[in-house]
Design a protein around this ligand. Sequence first.
Ligand code: B16
Ligand code: MG
Length: 228
Amino acid sequence: MIKLVIFDLDGVIVSTDELHYQAWKRIAEQETIPFDRNINNRLRGVSRKESLEIILSYSPKQYTKNQKEVLMEQKNAYYVSSLKDLTSQDILPGVTEVLKELKQRKIKVSIASSSKNARLILKQIGLLDVFDSIVDGNMITHSKPHPEVFQQAAQALKVPCENALVVEDARSGIDGALKANMLAIGIGDAARYDKCHFKILALNELIPILEKISVKQCSRHSLKKGEL
Ligand code: B16
Ligand code: MG
């Protein structure tokens, strides 16, 4: 029985993943480091620090701790400045309808994001007060694929992990959800990842999946990958 749906933020609720990409691209160009959308896919769900390490691994140059700090600050400044134009118009298709439907069904909703800017983004798009719990990059010690962010979201609401379902666009997020013993639904890039329990192209496919799960009264333990 699903009692909680945990949403990733960037790439699931709003397309800030594109803004992260543009900001990192500016940094990579400044430093003449090769960077493209394939490399960018490796940054999904990963913390700012780890993202920078991935980008710098394509450079022959060695960076000091201070230089890395400067690059992270620059990237965040580029990124945060691009967030100022974000409005509720940027909420991805199906999100508002799915959240409403889940509330009606008394299923709790959470955000589990690696981003330290998560609350700012939610405020900009007018969804800050909608979620029952929000766990962001400021609250966790380990970023995805560690399960911590998902476990915290469930613990805050006293929902057992096996009664929670995660919607993620990052492969690292799918791995984290599985480690947390939750059902994992892949959307966007993660919809091409074999480890997800279900793959969806758009968020409006979520409610039919929940209905099938509840009809079968399945839990994470009885539901096999791709069974539905
Ligand atoms: P920030 P999510 C993640 O958010 C992004 O997917 C990832 O690309 C980013 O590096 C990370 O947040 C940290 O973001 O620099 O704003 O703290 O997908 O977990 O919602
Ligand atoms: Mg994401």
